[in-house]
Design a protein around this ligand. Sequence first.
Ligand code: TRP
Length: 471
Amino acid sequence: MSDTQGSIHDQWSSRFAFILAAIGSAVGLGNIWKFPYIAGENGGGAFVLFYLVCIALIGMPIMMAEILIGRRGRRSPINTMRALVVEEKAHPAWRWLGWLGVVTGLLILSYYSVIAGWALAYVFRAAAGLFTGAAAETVSAQFDALLQSPEAMLAWHTLFMMMTVAVVARGVRSGLERAVTLLMPALFVLLVILVFYALYEGDFARGAAFLFHPDLNKVFQHCELTESGVKACRFSGEPLLIALGHAFFTLSLGMGAIMVYGSYMPSNASIARATLAIVVADTVAALLAGLAIFPIVFANGLEPASGPGLVFQTLPIAFGAMPAGRLFGTLFFVLLVFAAWTSAISLIEPAVAWLVENRGLARIPATLGAGVLAWMLGVGSVLSFNLWSGESFQVFGKTWFELMDYLTANILLPVGGLLIALFAGWVMSRTTSCDELGMGDGPWYRIWRFLVRYVSPSLVVIVFFNAIGLI
Ligand code: TRP
């Protein structure tokens, strides 16, 4: 199917541009902020192993499915689903899949922007030399001071949301995507430098063992620090669901972000190869972040389960002690903000594309509208760390931030991903998917089809029911 009128932009200039944009979307706070802290809360090794299994058996096939659907439809997710429903003579209810993505994207963006705001704040803290020579307690106290200031967090959240809206509204994305070529490799280099620092100055053996030595007893144990600083663990299937949800989150799957990017992909590019490049880059980034952080955690007597502040309470110790740490620290947080920025753009894009294509809005008001909505929802996440952290503000024992994170990463993305797998595997005809993937009808295509029809959907369903205690 070719481009139709009303399609908002043309295709990527090259296959490479698509891969860069998708890596920009995938590599973000999920890799550097979220992965280490949830691995820490869920006991390390076994959790990491299960996360890697999910990436391979669920993430890769579903990413191929999502790109394939996007490229076939060549529109925003909502209209792509509409068009494919007609083309494949599917039930009209499939159209809701596009909607689910728009909503999920805005919900994720709402708290993503708050955490990216922390990273922004840390650019200035690092540049001001605040970490120079700082001990673990000082660094923790500095982080707490940020959490205790709703005004400051709100200001940084607002700034980051404005940055995102500015890029998406003015359509200067191509410039940003070109910058990915330079800045993503720079981020990887800095992560490697940090891993070397951890190797020489941290407790590398313990950090690496924590991440890679699977203790199967631990994967069913979910630990959190209580308000009094005591570690509380309980047994449940929840860590498996958190690992599964994170596989979707970190690869930007399950809500149409990759579908939108796929819709601009040239038809002659290989979907399988692009997927492999994206998945490898994303996984390496997460593992490097883990290897940089946990040796510092153990060398300084910190707690791996200390929650969302983990990165901000560990890496500054390293920057404070290493030569040229002020420069490296500043650069690192600049690159982290940049990585978050290219991810945030893909979270808002499905909503904007829909407003432009279907509501006839111009690009600027459409982006402003979506941005303001996500910003407002984000205020709840700002307050979750201070004024609304108390029990009276919690629902199901979770703060607003935790609720948004749980609802999106552990429920909405897996459900979206499941539906994408079912659509590509069962609803789309074999000829269509085989033709669009363009890798012939050989063993690779058959493996993909088997995974996307049977393996990925059943794993998602099993992990889900296991977590809520039904099996
Ligand atoms: N993958 C990004 C990260 O790891 C976050 C992200 C961007 C995302 N777009 C998404 C997550 C779409 C889910 C769906 O930081």
